[in-house]
Design a protein around this ligand. Structure first.
Ligand SMILES: [Zn+2]
Length: 189
């Protein structure tokens, strides 16, 4: 049974696509100091390939204690919870209790994904602008010469290696699970 603990003790948590959350931080609302998972007490759990997190953050700089409730999706984006924090906590604690977890939270990891991408992973459902210019085809799909995502431009770099042994640099982006793009200095306005 999962009990409230330091959030850092629940990490890392690995999504089905191999993305791994190792660290988690949130700014203290009072003094803006970054509060890390070591200073959060609560529960983090992977449920249906999303990380649900409910905790209290303890700011070591100013002493503020503040609630944190969020969902993290497998693109490592943090989403705010639109239901009241208390209700969410209640639901999460109940859900975790009803689904007994291994006592060692590290067992939640999916061990075959040892090389986790550190760049961005986007999919068809994300809002990606694809260039009309193409560079041929890879596995039947056209390769856009460049793409734009979240006001940044990325140029095609390489295809993802077969076998899923994927490593992404910080400024790389994986598109459709098979095309790797590199961020350019150019900012889209
Ligand atoms: Zn503070």
């Amino acid at each position: 049974m999962a009990r409230p603990d330091k959030i850092s003790r629940f990490l890392p948590i690995t999504f089905l696509n191999g993305m791994k959350v190792q660290r988690f931080g949130k700014q203290c609302p009072a003094c803006r100091t970054m509060v890390g998972a070591e200073q959060m007490t609560g529960i983090a759990s992977l449920i249906r390939n999303r990380i649900f997190l409910a905790a209290d953050g303890h700011c070591t700089a100013c002493g503020e204690v503040f609630p944190i409730t969020c969902v993290i999706t497998d693109d490592k984006r943090v989403h705010r919870i639109m239901i009241p924090g208390k209700l969410f906590r209640y639901w999460l604690f109940r859900t975790v209790r009803n689904h007994p977890q291994p006592s060692d939270t590290r067992e939640w990891e999916i061990p075959e994904h040892l090389d986790q991408p550190v760049g961005r992973v986007v999919s068809d459902t994300d809002d990606v602008t694809r260039s009309a210019e193409t560079l041929g085809r890879f596995q039947g799909a056209v390769i856009p010469a460049w793409i734009e995502y979240e006001t940044l431009r990325y140029v095609f770099e390489r295809a993802a290696p077969p076998g899923g042994n994927l490593q992404l640099d910080e400024d790389e982006l994986l598109l459709d699970g098979r095309l790797i793009y590199r961020r350019t200095a150019r900012q889209v306005v």
